[in-house]
Write a protein that binds this ligand. Structure first.
Ligand SMILES: NC(=O)c1ccc[n+]([C@@H]2O[C@H](COP(=O)([O-])OP(=O)(O)OC[C@H]3O[C@@H](n4cnc5c(N)ncnc54)[C@H](O)[C@@H]3O)[C@@H](O)[C@H]2O)c1
Length: 271
């Protein structure tokens, strides 16, 4: 019989360093809070360093370990600078969450090549660049860990009301996750993904068109209430913890059972 590790130990992230991108607010901040609560020292990285610092300060105030660092996921040099700061402190992140992303707003006929590139770069290339820093540091230190990528329901299923540049970028995040998990399995590194349904976050509130779904009964999932950041954060904690020790190359859907009312019957039939 295998040894029995208590659940509290399996969920503990004590002595782990976790980096979360786009963690100043929204889903990233929610994930950072749960990881910190589980004992990780969390690096709140964001393009907005002032808000990142405020979020880190809130966690420290709550008794957790957190630090803020500037990171623009659109800039490879910015990843290099973050890697350098971690190395200068002799820290090896064994949890890395590629969360930063954005919401494109245009319909296919209005999309420009610039819109397209931005959607791919902020959602997909950023996840690759982040994973590469994390993977390199873990392999060099012989300290395997876990990389968690934020895909979306739009990237794994045919979901309505999602612009095509965003949907294809998030599908890219899903395949990046699956393939990296295979490539890096030999190092003991797990690569996993989350595909959330609609969550009302600050980014959603700010985005015209997307924010029109707030309060719309048709966007409430089968389980009967709108999702909040912590619904995604709790799933993130499970996936990065030892509870998920043999889960890799997998994308977990967190969508409250789906917002079926949003879909036309023909769309649903395509699933
Ligand atoms: N909210 C949803 O309904 C939903 C659903 C599925 C997937 N997602 C994905 O979850 C992730 C988080 O979404 P959210 O709704 O919390 O977003 P949000 O817009 O509320 O927060 C995003 C955070 O990322 C930061 N950010 C923006 N550009 C950045 C950059 N270039 N570099 C670094 N940080 C940057 C912002 O400052 C902000 O703190 C995204 O990848 C999003 O695509 C969200």
């Amino acid at each position: 019989m295998t040894s029995h590790t208590p659940v509290s130990e399996l969920l503990s992230l004590k002595d782990r360093v976790a980096v979360v991108t786009g963690a100043a607010e929204g889903i990233g901040a929610g994930i950072a809070r749960r990881l910190a609560e589980a004992g990780a020292k969390v690096w709140i990285t964001d393009i907005d360093i002032d808000r990142a610092a405020a979020t880190a300060a809130e966690l420290v105030e709550a008794g957790y370990e957190a630090e803020a660092a500037e990171l623009n996921v659109l800039e490879p040099d910015s990843f290099a600078a973050l890697e350098e700061s971690l190395r200068s402190r002799d820290l090896v992140p064994t949890i890395w969450v590629n969360n930063a992303g954005s919401y494109p707003k245009r319909a296919a006929l209005e999309l420009t090549a610039t819109d397209w590139d931005r959607a791919q770069n902020i959602n997909t290339r950023s996840a690759f660049l982040g994973a590469q820093v994390a993977g390199r540091m873990m392999v060099e230190a012989s300290t395997p860990g876990v990389i968690l990528n934020l895909s979306s329901i739009a990237g794994v299923r045919l979901a309505p009301a999602n612009p095509i540049d965003y949907a294809t970028a998030k599908a890219g995040v899903a395949m990046l996750t699956r393939n990296l998990g295979v490539e890096w399995g030999k190092y003991g590194i797990r690569v996993v993904g989350l595909a959330p349904g609609f969550v009302v976050t600050p980014g959603v509130r700010r985005t015209p068109g997307v924010n029109a779904r707030i309060g719309n009964p048709a966007s409430v999932p089968a389980l009967g209430r709108q999702m909040v950041e912590d619904d995604v954060a709790k799933a993130a904690l499970f996936l990065v913890s030892e509870m998920a020790a043999m889960i890799s190359s997998e994308i977990l859907v967190v969508d409250g059972g789906g917002a079926w009312n949003l879909e036309s019957p023909s769309t649903a039939a395509n699933r």
